[in-house]
Design a binder for this molecule. Sequence first.
Ligand code: C2E
Ligand code: CA
Ligand code: CA
Ligand code: CA
Length: 279
Amino acid sequence: AKALGPSQYRFYAPSMNARGHEFLSLEGDLQQALEQNEFRLYYQPQVDAQSGKVVGMEGLIRWQHPKRGIVSPADFIPLLEGSGLIISVGEWVLRQACMQHRIWREAGFNDLRISVNVSATQFNDRHLMDKIQRAIKEEQMIPHLLELEITENTVMQDPVAVIETLNALRSEGVRIAIDDFGTGYSSLAYLKRFPLSVLKIDKSFVDDIGEVGGDSTIVEASISLAHKLGLQVVAEGVERVEQYEFLRSIGCDLIQGYYINRPLTEADMTDFLVKNATQ
Ligand code: C2E
Ligand code: CA
Ligand code: CA
Ligand code: CA
């Protein structure tokens, strides 16, 4: 190994673990992925629990890697965060979602909501408002149909500054969802002060529904709390009919999960929307 050049030395850094090879080379590839248009946005439908009709969708990023095929966001979002590239990629996601939303609107799907995930680094970017305003204007997005998903940990980092940003977003008309609810650290006192629209109950709590020894207390309490705060509730990771039926029976508003559909390419999402509309 001593005969290798400096770049190879870095490759054998002491911090390397079993996944080190993969991570390091993916990181190098990420620099080019954005320029070479290798990211894709997939869309996962959200349906009204009562009517079963699609009311919105979440945009979820994928990386169409030239050698590895589709790479999951769990494998590259942390790398994007670390390198700061998440800011540019996040902007791409926002633009892509708005652009695709316009295509669906022009095809007659008028009131669909679309949400995108906003990471903490992206949320704390001082140009965030500016980028969102520009994206809305240039992609002719309808602000109240755009939703940003942020986690409890993002909002609790600096609650006072966050309230200011959220108020600015609200005055633009953009909706805010709290993602992965129940998994992070959040203070109910602050949640009440935040101008939020949606609470997304994490899959880990939905998993408990209908399991032997499972406990639906947290799901029920979260829905009740959210409704008291005037928030709409989305249950995430709904995979089975018993979960769907139970969530509907306790007043959960929207359902998202493999039971409805996996995240779909834009073409498959279009087919799904057409089918859902004629059902
Ligand atoms: P998330 O925001 O909590 O997204 C939900 C994840 O659960 C998605 O994984 C989705 O495919 C998966 N999922 C949905 N329904 C089910 C189900 O019924 N069963 C199971 N087992 N899984 C289900 P995905 O697409 O791999 O994304 C993973 C995470 O990566 C996301 O979690 C989000 O934190 C992050 N991510 C994805 N896209 C973006 C993005 O554009 N920007 C940022 N910053 N993060 C993103
Ligand atoms: Ca999400
Ligand atoms: Ca989530
Ligand atoms: Ca999650």
